[in-house]
Design a protein around this ligand. Structure first.
Ligand code: KIV
Length: 271
């Protein structure tokens, strides 16, 4: 698919080409204008307006409470900043499970009100009818299998998924069904690397991993985790590229001290 007239460099068609050429795909989450502007400058391929906003932006324990209005607000903020990457928006919990007509109207709302490029849904064959209906309306869909955080109450834990043969076989079946339905890409979260490799080899669409090993077609990380803004979350798969928690704490503490000591503002910092 191409987004003619929008000058968008990244398209779902280009992502397929990248997979065919063995070029790795870099994806990251973003939720606001300022950070999305920086990500845009960094030549990222895909921005995910993830429902992880419920955790890192709003402080909820799970992703379940975030609403479609809140997701649209985050997506609109990101879209104002973004020129090149493809922007994918998570459909929040309760907006697509069980009723495919409701799913379609929610996907249309996200696309119309945010002007993003695609939506992402968690789950396999259980949500296939919703995925097919959304695709019929011409909306590109990214799938998400493995650890699907919207099902945390069913799983009961954030541990690695599909270590057992039966769950791995179901995951492969689901991945093939999502490709067959017409999804343009698939996220695999927290599964054994060998299973990630197997799925990436079986599918022609790009497979993007988060804790799914090095043999998939691309990687995604949650921005706040990879920047080290969160310091209470250290899964094995996470590489921290900065320690912004400590940097921010240092800056805030220095500011408080400077105000209290009447060091800020100084002569040059006033009119
Ligand atoms: O919401 C999110 O950030 C996600 C990623 C973990 C893939 O779905």
């Amino acid at each position: 698919m191409s987004v003619e007239g929008k000058n968008r460099v990244m398209t779902t068609h280009r992502l397929l080409e990248m997979k065919r050429n063995g070029e790795k795909i870099a994806m990251i989450t973003a939720y606001d204008y300022t950070m999305a502007s920086i990500v845009n400058e960094a030549n990222i391929d895909i921005i995910l307006v993830g429902d992880s906003a419920a955790n890192v932006m709003a402080g909820h324990e799970t992703t379940l409470p975030i609403t479609i209005d809140q997701m649209i607000y985050h997506a609109q903020s990101v879209m104002r900043a973004v020129k090149n990457p493809l922007v994918v928006v998570d459909m929040p919990f309760g907006t697509y499970q069980g009723n495919s007509k409701f799913a379609l109207s929610n996907a249309i709302r996200i696309m119309k009100e945010s002007e993003a490029d695609a939506v992402k849904l968690e789950g396999g064959q259980e949500v296939l009818e919703s995925i097919e209906r959304i695709l019929c309306a011409g909306i590109p869909v990214m799938g998400h299998l493995g650890l699907t955080p919207q099902s945390i109450h069913k799983f009961g834990t954030y541990a690695v998924r599909a270590k057992e043969e039966a769950e791995a076989a179901k995951l492969i079946e689901d991945a093939l069904a999502l490709e067959e339905a017409g999804c343009f890409a698939l996220v695999l979260e927290k599964i054994p690397a060998e299973l990630g490799r197997k799925v990436a080899e079986k599918l022609t669409i790009p497979v993007i991993g988060i804790g799914a090993g090095r043999h998939v077609d691309g990687q995604v990380l949650v921005m706040h985790d990879m920047l080290g803004l969160t310091n209470n979350f250290s899964p094995k798969f996470l590489r921290r590229y900065a320690n912004l928690h400590d940097e921010c704490l240092k800056a805030f503490s220095q500011y408080v001290e400077d105000v209290k000591n009447q060091d800020f503002p100084n002569e040059k910092e006033q009119y």
